[in-house]
Design a protein around this ligand. Sequence first.
Ligand SMILES: [Ca+2]
Length: 119
Amino acid sequence: MQYPTVFPGQKLVIKTSFSCAHENHISVRDFVSGNELFNSNSHFGNARQWEGPVNTSDQPMIYTIASAHKNTPPNGREPWYPSAERIVFAGPDSKIIGYEDGNDGDFNDAVATIVWLKV
Ligand SMILES: [Ca+2]
C-alpha cells in the first residue's frame, strides 16, 4: 500500500490501466476515514481516471492506494487477494506503481500513475 500525500494548494490525478486475465482492481481511500473514493476494476468498465479535490486546508491530505486481484476472471464466489506492488517510476511530481496478480513478476497486471498538480 502506498500513501500519496497532497500538500496544501495541490491536487492529484490517478490514472489506472490493466493488462490481466484475472480480475484486478485499484482502490483509493481517504487515509483518515478509510472511505473508498475511487475504485477502478479491470473487467467492469469503471472509470480509469480520478481527480482528487484541491487541498484548500493548511494540513496535508493523505490517501491510500492499493490493488487486489482474484485468481480467476470475475466470479462473485472467489476471494480478493492483496496484490504485490513495485514502484516502477518515481519523479518529483509523479509516480507509477505496478501491481502483480501472479508469479511472473512483470508488475503490469494493474498499473496506477499518480500525478501531483500545483493549482
Ligand atoms: Ca503479472
